[in-house]
Design a protein around this ligand. Structure first.
Ligand code: FAD
Length: 445
């Protein structure tokens, strides 16, 4: 028998349930289709283009070591997969599930054309495996997490040692520009499963133990930075959970992976949440304005906000605490639609993910699963707590790199003669007034 293994965002050979199942056939053809349908979505960006190209190169090398490299096609996903299945005479097609509305429609359409098996490789606990009584999914994290902890976690499977790959026209691996043109951030993470596994091993041996205490430390940068590898499936969340032990740091880390599963199960059942509010509050968000541009460029005049926004532009990644601060500032102080903030994130993030990005934006905008939807994070208090000496701000906001200590968070309080040489803007809004305006809007809406 011949099987076709279709890689999507599961770009790994370790713990890949679809690959392991496909490898049981006599011959296996590993395929990646660069889906022109996905390329048209605003979800693709130049940073991701470079990362994906690197992931495919790495995967191709790993597959070659096992018996034969990746077959690459470009076009409409369902059409191309069907064509290759016919070309190679595939008796069975294997793929790992994905849960956005687009991915679900794509899988359904493929299932009508080929002998398809969909495996669960994206999550630890698959969407729908734990549910509240009488419902298809959870809308609140805490009860979800209690059920998730007790549920069966998928057992990781090893990497197949040998694949018997028949001769098929391979097609060229795409270059970054083939995927998405445009300027790329200068400091992007190294792509691919090999780099991801190296980082994972180091994290499991080192940083994870202090994760519970240090994950909010902005300059300490003490989170795993595994998100892009998890987004592209270079790493398996089930393997991470299986390898994490019982220390407080390890358990706090596992809880974050459960958040990822939580968002995926919400999106799987409510694909419209990518754009529609989970719990509408009657907001009449602003849709544009110069202050939105200032936010995107990191010129709001609030140093900790600008540092986060510039980290995004420099690295295609932002610290979670900074994502919370800039998201709260945009939606609550500037009262701009969370969808615009989410779109800007998707235009730059390497880990930009419909489930995690859109639902975290909803959370911070107070239209999502947050139990305190009207909470407004105070940027200055956040800065004092999570960047007490100002090192995070100085790292990303060059104009302020010469201001010492915590004074960097309030440049408007510096003596006039120092301030005038800084070339740094005044705050866009009075933080206190903006907070009150938002609360009044929510109370009247
Ligand atoms: P760690 O703290 O080391 O966490 C480990 C892993 O757990 C992460 O890699 C991620 O897969 C998962 N995780 C952590 N926090 C969350 C969370 N709050 N929700 C869901 N999963 C989580 N994460 C994305 O992967 N893609 C996004 O597009 C994304 N957009 C976000 C937008 C906003 C406004 C906010 C507030 C958060 C967003 N997050 C997103 C969640 C979180 O910020 C990132 O996962 C995290 O910063 C990635 O860094 P890390 O790998 O070092 O995380």
């Amino acid at each position: 028998r011949t099987s076709l293994m279709v890689f999507t965002r599961d770009l790994r050979v370790h713990d890949n349930p679809a690959l392991v199942a496909a490898a049981k056939a006599d011959r296996v053809v590993p395929l990646f289709v660069l889906d022109t349908g996905v390329l048209r979505l605003d979800y693709t960006n130049a940073n991701k283009g470079a990362f994906l190209a690197g992931c495919l190169e790495d995967l191709d090398a790993s597959l070659k070591q096992r018996g034969g490299g990746l077959v690459v096609r470009r076009g409409r996903w369902v059409t191309e997969v069907t064509k290759v299945a016919e070309e190679v005479g595939a008796d069975e097609v294997h793929v790992n599930a994905d849960h956005s509305g687009y991915a679900q429609r794509r899988l359904e359409a493929l299932g009508e054309r080929v002998e398809l098996t969909v495996h669960q490789g994206l999550t630890v606990v698959e969407p729908g495996a734990v549910t509240p009584a009488g419902k298809t999914h959870y809308g609140v994290f805490s009860p979800y997490f209690r059920a998730w902890e007790k549920a069966e976690h998928r057992e990781p499977v090893g990497a197949p040692r040998k694949l018997s790959v028949p001769r098929v026209a391979k097609g060229d691996l795409p270059s970054p520009d083939d995927i998405a043109k445009g300027e790329r951030a200068p400091d992007l993470a190294e792509p691919g499963e090999t780099a991801g596994r190296r980082l994972m091993q180091a994290w499991l041996k080192g940083g994870i133990d202090a994760y519970d205490e240090r994950h909010d430390d902005l300059p300490g940068d003490a989170t795993s930075r595994l998100s892009a590898y998890l987004h592209w499936g270079c790493l398996s969340p089930a393997e991470l959970v299986a390898k994490a032990g019982r220390s407080a740091g390890e358990q706090a880390f596992v809880r974050q992976l459960a958040w990822r599963d939580f968002n995926l199960q919400l999106l799987a059942h409510r694909p419209e949440l990518s754009h529609e509010d989970l719990r509408p509050k009657g907001d009449r968000w602003r849709q544009e304005g110069g202050d939105f541009d200032a936010w995107r460029e990191g010129r709001t005049g609030i140093p900790v906000v600008d540092a986060g926004m510039r980290q995004l532009l420099r690295e295609g990644w932002m610290h979670n605490r900074a994502r919370l601060i800039v998201g709260s500032f945009l939606t609550k102080h500037l009262y701009v639609d969370w969808r615009l903030g989410a779109a800007h994130f998707l235009a730059h993030l390497l880990d930009g993910d419909i489930a995690n990005n859109q639902l975290n934006w909803q959370w911070i905008a107070g239209t999502g699963a947050d139990s305190r939807p009207n909470r407004v994070l105070a940027p200055l208090r956040q800065a004092q707590r999570f960047d007490p000496q100002g090192d995070y701000v100085r790292r990303y906001v060059e104009e302020l790199s010469g201001v010492e200590g915590k004074a960097v968070h309030t440049p408007w309080e510096l003596p006039d003669d120092v301030r005038k040489d800084l070339d740094y803007p005044d705050p866009l809004v009075d933080l206190d007034e903006a907070r009150k305006r938002f609360l009044a809007k929510r109370q009247s809406g």
